[in-house]
Design a protein around this ligand. Structure first.
Ligand SMILES: *[C@@H]1O[C@H](CO)[C@@H](O)[C@H](O)[C@H]1NC(C)=O
Ligand SMILES: *[C@@H]1O[C@H](CO)[C@@H](O)[C@H](O)[C@H]1NC(C)=O
Ligand SMILES: *[C@@H]1O[C@H](CO)[C@@H](O)[C@H](O)[C@H]1NC(C)=O
Ligand SMILES: *[C@@H]1O[C@H](CO)[C@@H](O)[C@H](O)[C@H]1NC(C)=O
Ligand SMILES: *[C@@H]1O[C@H](CO)[C@@H](O)[C@H](O)[C@H]1NC(C)=O
Ligand SMILES: *[C@@H]1O[C@H](CO)[C@@H](O)[C@H](O)[C@H]1NC(C)=O
Ligand SMILES: *[C@@H]1O[C@H](CO)[C@@H](O)[C@H](O)[C@H]1NC(C)=O
Length: 308
């Protein structure tokens, strides 16, 4: 009895050992496989790389270059390529950061970039993509962060941007975009940071921004916006930074703006604002740390400015 019991125990132990070591070796072999970028993702990246020619160019004083795509090797796991990050479970490409990548050439509407549907973050800043920003950008539905600053884009900001409903950060600065921002951007309910500095956008203050109550930063400096600011800005209840200097806004500053309790930074200089400053009832205690008003046409008593 004793003997067979021991034997049985030994067999059980050996079995357990065997299972354990099998499991271990599966883990060892499985873990690098798990991170392998799926072939469709790899092909799309490789095609994307080949859509551009890589050549340094000097733009807006930016002299840093980082030719990441030139270091890609198509016989290696694309999740290890410079600027590429993959989801650790699915292997899908979730981040692509090719900022200052020296990419030259237009971003075509059929670019393989738009096949990388799982991406959450895309940074193509400081590349020469001279051309329009194609509608297909709206296909990247999972995007949370989109940085397209200084890409030599021109033409309209596509209304398909409004389909990127997970977007929290959008940067379209330093491009030659013209016309007005599309109303569809009023759908970007999760947007917290909007930066569109130094483009040629025009028209009135984009009213649909008032619908984006998660916004903490709006930066529309150096554009060609005009007209009065809306009177009801209090829906931007989390706004910390509001920068609209170097435009042609006119009229008075709505007191609803000064009453946003979270406001820290307000830059309004070099516009055509006029009238008295109605900042008598700023929220108490106000957090306002930067207030820039120069080169406008304000009038009226200035004592309110010094009130504490
Ligand atoms: C990988 O690169 C080699 C040489 O550069 C090329 O011949 C081959 O077609 C490439 N493979 C893919 C999948 O693009
Ligand atoms: C940007 O690309 C366009 C066309 O692809 C080219 O004509 C232009 O010279 C490039 N700009 C710079 C600064 O290299
Ligand atoms: C994309 O469209 C251009 C014309 O706009 C065409 O020349 C090119 O072959 C197309 N590429 C693919 C991969 O379909
Ligand atoms: C947004 O996506 C829907 C389908 O999900 C599509 O019908 C619509 O045309 C898209 N809107 C824009 C502006 O691209
Ligand atoms: C703001 O959102 C409301 C509904 O939530 C909608 O009716 C209105 O048209 C939107 N306004 C703008 C300017 O997008
Ligand atoms: C804000 O005021 C504008 C007019 O200045 C109006 O068109 C818009 O519907 C108002 N929006 C909200 C959210 O009250
Ligand atoms: C400030 O608030 C007081 C009381 O709420 C009100 O009577 C007054 O008109 C307000 N002043 C301004 C400039 O809004």
């Amino acid at each position: 009895m004793m003997h067979s019991c021991n034997q049985r125990r030994m067999i059980t132990w050996s079995l357990l050992c065997l299972i354990f070591s099998l499991f271990n070796s599966i883990l060892v072999f499985a873990s690098p496989v798990r991170n392998l970028c799926p072939p469709d993702q790899k092909d799309a990246l490789w095609e994307f790389k080949n859509e551009f020619y890589v050549q340094e160019f000097y733009t807006y004083g930016m002299v840093v270059v980082d030719k990441k795509t030139e270091r890609w090797r198509n016989n290696t796991d694309c999740c290890s390529w410079d600027g590429v990050s993959c989801d650790s479970k699915t292997g899908k490409v979730v981040e692509l950061d090719l900022m200052v990548g020296s990419l030259n050439g237009p971003l075509r509407s059929n670019s393989s970039l738009f096949r990388l549907q799982h991406r959450q973050s895309l940074d193509l800043g400081y590349n020469n993509l001279s051309g329009i920003l194609p509608d297909s950008i709206g296909n990247l539905k999972h995007l949370r962060v989109l940085s397209l600053g200084a890409c030599n884009f021109f033409g309209k900001v596509p209304s398909s941007l409004g389909n990127l409903s997970y977007l929290t950060d959008l940067d379209l600065s330093v491009n030659d975009f013209t016309g007005e921002l599309p109303d569809s951007m009023g759908n970007l309910k999760r947007l917290t940071e909007l930066q569109i500095v130094a483009t040629k956008l025009s028209g009135n203050f984009p009213l649909m921004l008032l619908n984006l109550s998660e916004l903490t930063g709006i930066d529309l400096r150096s554009n060609q916006f005009e007209g009065v600011l809306p009177s009801n800005m209090s829906s931007l209840s989390k706004l910390e930074s509001f920068r609209i200097s170097d435009n042609s806004f006119s009229g008075s500053i709505p007191s609803s703006l000064f009453m946003i309790p979270s406001l820290i930074r307000l830059r309004l200089e070099r516009n055509d604002f006029s009238g008295p400053l109605d900042i008598g009832n700023v929220s108490s205690p106000s957090q306002l740390g930067v207030l820039s008003l120069g080169e406008n046409n304000f009038d009226g008593p200035s004592r309110d400015l010094y009130r504490n």
